[in-house]
Design a protein around this ligand. Structure first.
Ligand code: PEP
Ligand code: MG
Length: 888
């Protein structure tokens, strides 16, 4: 018989797939003897069975849940629905991967008109009992009966106003009873039924609702963003309630065993006295920092710090712990690995090695390379004298400038139009997730460091400030005020999420530097990794940046980018428009010293490391004016100024632009096809490289140019272009009297090149896989159009798992890469291989490159640290695995 329901003592921490993260951790904590309120977990398999039976709880699941409930009742000595001694439970979702706030929770389940009386007697606290009942009605109605919380909030507000109270603590037991009557009539009005009184009916309705919440809109969006598979399903945890709202000797809170923002090894968290469950996370009241618990409840604090230490040692990971204190007794409700910023992830990993908790390899695997982006972003210039508008809690580090918006939909719309926006809200809820994604940063006037906004922003690496109370937000008027200052919709502000500071306008930012811990972690990565990391850089400044970030060479210098300079474009146009060889040579002679200067700068920056220079690639029309615009200008001149020299010049230009116009420029006269037809262009470039090499050789500096021929599809193209380069080399060595080493290789970026790599390798010293074009030509998707047209829909509808221009398609494009490497090395075992498409800076693609036996990956300078870490992770992950195809 299939087992669907597990009492806490029947599970353990390894059963995440079955029990969900929360359920497995509750079981594990029970196993190691921590004070966890007892309960049971309905498995993720039951969730799938629920969907398989057309959204009905299967009889077997129901029977097992009832059986577990009896065991729970026995253990607690209380019964669900018992008027004298009622058991109350929480019903919470819990999927395999944590999805904070995305699915539903019901607390205080089991309350009804009878049990509330029993609770009032038992606790000798009628006020508490009726408050709990009304909370339950509100939450249950929202989550299970789908009635908007707004109706309840509004009603409560009216009662409070009528009685002249300003806050909830002023409400008496009788007042809450009055609210309950009102709440029940709201339920009746919306559902045409009475509020369910039978606790078992309540329980199964709640279980249904939790299963359903697996497929609510925000959970679906969250899964898509975080690549969590839809088929996993959620478990449901049913746990006996403990109450943090039983008076001033009770409370509830969350804490991290280390600071999740900076990584500092201090207990970090917050709590609310006399509050329940979700109050802290919901960010509705601003909580107290955990340190003050030491004075308020010294014994509980002592027990809590010991428990935190124990949990961290047990899991060997920083923990995020939810706790409740009921009348001075501590309960642990949940523990999980804490989400953290990149800065914190690095510091925690490095310090845990120093503390002997984990080893270096584990530390390297602990930091997600994608997160490192956060640290490689710009921040506010230290020299800037800040004028603060206001200060809130520094909830997620980084600085951002943007226009103020007050609504998630608007943030999404403006963000999609390419505007930089900052979402400003009193607090955020999981329904705002799409707006958060589209914003540069988040700013809230309420809520603490563990509020929804803070947790989500940290996860996404976005700057965030929370609990900025001086900010008075008027959502209707679309503005906020701080004292006298009014900031209106779409005015620009800058926020610093590391300090909590808010400033008006745009503020100067500076480039990032790597912290000591980051450098140390990367040094460990370099010791481990068995695949090189280079950078794509086209000018000396980028090359310097790449070198500073630890690149072991340049894997791609796109020489056409060197021509894009405003001063150079007219000369390039002259080269393109030349009517004959002599005219073209004149332009090329002007370009040569410019290119040479750039090459010298790049060689110098790279201090003897290899530099792969690719000869000119792009379609020539990219350097010429737009055809349509030119046509308009010519037509205007024909009417207004016929016979003018300007008209003649423009007509000539138009003629040439038309000649060069192609239906499909990406498959047109680009890459080596250009060099084949106009060899003098490649000849000029080869000479510029060699003159630069000769000059540096003269200064005693080492240079390693690797000259790369783009878009080769047939070995004969490479043969011819290689000869051209070699001839230029001989000439320049003779002319300068200097010797220098160089190699000639090719990009593999056309399927035919991969398919005939054995032939191409005869003429190549190295291969560099241009996976941008290889993806374009393998899929037959235009890389200029696909992402803006159909690709997004393909990804949303799961036709494709990822954007293949960002994440290498290992099954298709990857096969061509594997074939290229194998065939190429079959001909030439010493053939050097690398990748220089965008994929060279993406972690799963780097893992593939390592497994395929490439010698290096190459990516943009800012991604070099990420690639060094991802390369180390790939090496560690596949250590001792046979599938790794290694070079000789
Ligand atoms: C490639 O095609 O992968 C490549 C690196 O070249 P480019 O992006 O310049 O076409
Ligand atoms: Mg290319």
């Amino acid at each position: 018989m299939e087992k669907y329901v597990y009492l806490f003592h029947e599970g353990n921490g390894d059963k995440k797939e079955l029990l969900g993260g929360k359920g497995a951790n509750l079981a594990e904590m029970t196993r190691i003897g921590l004070p966890v309120p007892y309960g049971f977990t309905i498995s993720t398999q039951a969730c799938n069975a629920y969907y398989d039976s057309g959204k009905k709880i299967p009889a077997l699941v129901e029977a097992q849940a009832l059986e577990a409930l009896s065991r729970l009742e026995e253990k607690m000595g209380k019964r669900l629905g018992d008027a004298q001694n009622p058991l109350l439970v929480s019903v919470r979702s819990g999927s395999v991967f944590s999805m904070p706030g995305m699915m539903d929770t019901v607390l205080n389940l089991g309350m009804n008109d009878e049990t509330v009386v029993g609770m009032a007697k038992l606790t000798n606290n009628p006020r508490f009992a009726y408050d709990s009942y009304r909370r339950f009605i509100q939450m249950f109605s929202n989550v299970v009966l789908d009635i908007d919380t707004y109706y309840f909030e509004q009603f409560l507000e009216e009662v409070r106003e009528h009685k002249g109270y300003s806050s909830d603590p002023e409400m008496s037991a009788e007042d809450w009873q009055e609210v309950i009557v009102g709440y029940k009539s709201i339920v009746k009005k919306h559902t045409r039924k009475e509020f369910p009184q039978d606790p078992k009916e309540q329980l199964f309705l709640a279980i249904n609702a939790v299963f359903d919440s697996w497929n609510n809109q925000r959970a679906i969006v969250y899964r898509r963003l975080n690549k969590i598979p839809d088929h996993l399903g959620t478990a449901v945890n049913i746990q006996s309630m403990v109450f943090g709202n039983m008076g001033n000797d009770s409370g509830t809170g969350v804490a991290f065993t280390r600071n999740p923002s900076t990584g500092e090894h201090v207990l970090y968290g917050e709590y609310l006295i006399n509050a329940q469950g979700e109050d802290v996370v919901a960010g509705i009241r601003t909580p107290q920092p955990i340190a003050t618990l030491k004075d308020e409840m010294p014994e509980v604090y002592q027990q809590f710090t010991e428990t935190c230490k124990r949990l961290e040692q047990h899991y060997q990971e920083m923990q995020d712990i939810e706790f409740t204190v009921e009348r001075g007794k501590l309960f642990i409700l949940q523990t999980r690995n804490g989400k953290r910023t990149a800065q914190a992830a690095i510091r925690i990993a490095v310090e845990m090695v120093a503390e002997g908790i984990i080893d270096k390899k584990t530390a390297l695997l602990r930091v997600d390379p994608d997160q490192l982006n956060q640290l490689l972003h710009r921040r506010i210039d230290d020299k800037y004298q800040r004028t603060l508008l206001a200060k809130g809690l520094p909830a997620s580090p980084g600085a951002a400038t943007g226009q103020v918006v007050f609504d998630a939909d608007e943030a999404e719309q403006l963000g999609n139009e390419g505007k930089k926006v900052i979402l400003v809200r009193p607090e955020t809820t999981p329904d705002d997730i799409h707006g958060i994604v589209a914003s540069q940063a988040i700013l809230t006037s309420r809520g603490g460091m563990t509020s929804h906004a803070a947790v989500v922003a940290r996860g996404m690496g976005k700057a965030c400030i929370c609990g900025c109370e001086p900010l008075k937000i008027d959502l209707k008027a679309k503005q906020f005020t701080v004292g006298e200052t009014v900031v209106k919709y779409r005015e620009t502000i800058t926020i610093d999420g590391s300090t909590g500071e808010i400033m008006l306008g745009e503020i100067p930012m500076i480039d990032p530097e790597l912290s000591d811990e980051f450098q140390l972690l990367l040094a460990w990565a370099d010791q481990e990794r068995k695949i090189g990391v280079r950078a794509n850089a086209d000018n000396p400044e980028d090359a310097q940046k790449a070198f500073d970030f630890g690149a072991g060479g340049i894997g791609l210098c796109r020489t056409e980018h060197m021509f894009m300079d405003l001063k150079r474009i007219p000369i390039v146009q002259k080269m393109i428009l030349a009517e004959n060889y002599a005219e073209r040579m004149e332009a090329l002679d002007e370009l040569l010293p410019m290119q040479q200067g750039d090459f010298e700068g790049i060689f110098e920056a790279m201090q003897g490391h290899p530099v792969t220079i690719r000869l000119l690639d792009p379609p020539l029309h990219e350097f010429l004016p737009d055809k349509e615009e030119l046509l308009v200008e010519v037509t205007k001149l024909q009417i207004l100024n016929p016979g003018s020299t300007e008209l003649k010049e423009k007509e000539l230009l138009l003629k040439k632009v038309r000649q060069l116009d192609e239906f499909n420029p990406m498959l047109g006269h680009r890459g080596c096809r250009l060099g084949m037809i106009f060899p003098e262009i490649y000849d000029m470039q080869a000479k510029a490289i060699f003159y630069a090499a000769a000059k540096l050789a003269d200064k005693g500096m080492e240079v390693k140019p690797e000259i790369m021929i783009p878009l080769v599809g047939h070995v004969n193209e490479l043969k011819e272009m290689r000869q051209l380069v070699v001839d230029a080399g001989v000439r320049i060595q003779e002319e300068t009297g200097k010797q220098f080493d160089y190699t000639v290789g090719t990009m593999i970026e056309i399927p035919r090149a991969a398919l005939t790599a054995d032939q191409i390798a005869e003429e190549a010293d190295f291969f560099s896989f241009g996976t941008n074009d290889l993806t374009q030509t393998t899929f037959g998707y235009s890389r200029d159009d696909a992402e803006g047209k159909f690709l997004q829909a393909y990804i949303e509808h799961k036709v494709l798992p990822d954007n293949p221009f960002a994440v290498l398609d290992q099954d298709g494009v990857g096969k061509l890469v594997e074939m290229g490497v194998k065939l190429g090395r079959g001909t030439k075992p010493t053939l050097k291989t690398g990748i220089c498409g965008e994929h060279g800076g993406e972690k799963s693609s780097i893992d593939f490159c390592y497994r395929t036996g490439l010698d290096y990956v190459s990516c943009s300078p800012y991604r070099v640290p990420l690639a060094r870490l991802a390369a180390a992770q790939a090496t560690i992950r596949h250590e001792n695995k046979e599938e790794v195809y290694t070079t000789a």
